[in-house]
Design a protein around this ligand. Structure first.
Ligand code: SAM
Ligand code: SF4
Length: 463
């Protein structure tokens, strides 16, 4: 665990010399080339409090995100397949000692129904989520679930990339998971602070800090190219958590030549029958939240940053401006909730935590267009084998945006043709037209050709 150096991180946080506006401005300038920052430089930016410098930080984070990814926002939805769990994480409604929670594991038929609902909304990417349970959520079940999801096809609408957020596995088991055809393997360390970790995870397999910390190493060794890390903000000081998570990212990059494909930044939300989640020990305020997201964007410019529907719509809008590149939309966090189109009381007795953004995918899509962000349902990189180091190379050189924007436009026009409401369609078509006009030459020609094919009924068009 030597790469999470608690004393080094604490001394960076407590070093008064790093709380210097001149130094902060210098580092913001340096970060504009989108080559990333060191741990010390990131610590300096986390100290920013002056409103003018904060604004500079936000503008630079947006600039860097645009440089690498363009104005795209990738959309996905989680699919919870079981809320059974043998762990006891104090902040989570699924913990095994929560006897009040209604337990449910979806049948294969129910997984198909949930997928059909999501496909009919227009989703193309799913994040499969489950509690840790050797019987109910074993590899065989996960494999069958993944196959079921990929098999759903409604008039050319289908799920084209399944990412998964599940408990850490052995290398052998990760190899099997890879062969099921997953995209990103996600697992959050929750807190990198060892003592806090041990308190928050009093028993079960999750009590083993190191087993979880090295999950990504095993996944990468097993050949899973894209891994997603994260921390659950609110368990310990956010500066510590951010710097420790960056240490993890730098370490993966250093040792495997690829950093994390994504970083997630969940904040603790109220969870049914979990006292701790209603009053997190280190609750992060909105200002600090926005600031550390911007710092992560500048520290690891090539990494996707994921924001979920845990956050309120108004705050999500603000955070899109400082470097978020992937968002969930129209989410539910209890198994089987999608097929009930209305929220039900029973659903809340089965869900993992409460959501902050209850809008439908259609509403989020329309909103994104209004804000100048291009909603993307693209999965081309994954299916063209541009994963792992091949993806990173494109991202690090800033070339991913050039390829991704046309592909994003193509999948977005698929969405507008098949799923958008009348009002969203009007806004979206105008938006697409404006996007195309930004191109010239061969890229414009290729994009227009793709759009023609989509408008003529062809689906899954990309280059
Ligand atoms: N059970 C697996 C695990 O813990 O790694 C994977 C799925 S778990 C449902 C996914 C994530 O939900 C956890 O890693 C944790 O960060 C997050 N989570 C748990 N309780 C939460 C809460 N009250 N608010 C926000 N996020 C929460
Ligand atoms: Fe189980 Fe994951 Fe919830 Fe912990 S966070 S109780 S491991 S589902």
């Amino acid at each position: 665990m030597e790469f999470i150096n608690e004393s080094e991180i604490n001394s960076l946080i407590n070093d008064d010399k790093l709380n210097d506006p001149v130094f902060q401005k210098e580092i913001i300038q340096k970060s504009k080339v989108a080559k990333g920052l060191s741990l010390k430089e990131s610590a300096v930016l986390l100290n920013i409090s002056d409103p003018e410098i904060t604004e500079e930080l936000y503008c630079t984070a947006r600039e860097v995100k645009e440089k690498i990814y363009g104005n795209r926002l990738v959309l996905f939805a989680p699919l919870y397949v079981t809320n059974l769990c043998i762990n006891n994480c104090l902040y989570c409604a699924f913990r095994k000692d929560n006897k009040e929670l209604k337990r449910k594991t979806l049948t294969i038929e129910e997984i198909r129904e949930e997928t059909e609902f999501l496909v009919k909304q227009g989703h193309k990417r799913i994040l499969l989520v489950c509690g840790e349970h050797p019987k109910k959520a074993n590899l065989e079940f996960i494999g069958e679930a993944i196959q079921t999801i990929y098999d759903v096809n409604i008039n050319g609408g289908n799920i084209r990339r399944i990412n998964i957020n599940s408990a850490p596995l052995t290398i052998e088991a990760f190899k099997k998971l890879k062969n099921f055809g997953i995209g990103t393997y996600q697992c959050f360390q929750e807190t990198y602070h060892y003592k806090t970790y041990m308190e928050m995870h009093p028993d079960g397999p999750k009590h083993d800090y190191a087993w979880r910390l090295y999950a990504m190493d095993r996944a990468l060794q097993a050949g899973i190219d894209d891994v997603g890390i994260g921390a659950l903000f609110g368990l310990t000081d956010y500066k510590f958590e951010t710097l420790a998570m960056l240490s993890h990212a730098f370490n993966l990059d250093h040792r495997f030549g690829i950093g994390p494909h994504t970083i997630s930044v969940p904040r603790i939300e109220p969870a049914f029958n979990s006292q701790l989640s209603h009053k997190p020990p280190f609750a992060v305020d909105d200002f600090s939240f926005k600031k550390f997201i911007a710092v992560i964007r500048l520290a690891v410019p090539y990494t996707g940053i994921i924001l979920s529907t845990r956050e309120r719509a108004d705050l999500r809008r603000e955070l899109f401006e400082v470097g978020i590149s992937q968002i969930s939309a129209g989410s539910r966090t209890s198994p089987g909730a999608y097929k009930e189109s209305q929220e039900t009381l029973e659903e809340h007795e089965m869900e993992q935590f409460q959501l902050g953004d209850h809008r439908t995918l259609d509403e989020v899509v329309k909103d994104c267009c209004g804000l100048g962000f291009l909603p993307s349902f693209c999965t081309a990189c994954y299916r063209s084998n541009r994963t792992g180091d091949r993806f990173m190379e494109l991202a690090k050189s800033g070339n991913i945006g050039k390829m991704c924007v046309p592909n994003a436009i193509s999948t977005f026009s698929e969405y507008t043709n098949d799923f958008a409401s009348v009002e969203t369609k009007i806004v979206a078509n105008e938006f697409i037209q404006n996007e195309i006009e930004k191109f010239n030459g061969i890229t414009r020609h290729k994009t227009e050709e793709m759009l023609k094919r989509v408008n003529n009924g062809e689906r899954d068009v990309f280059f």
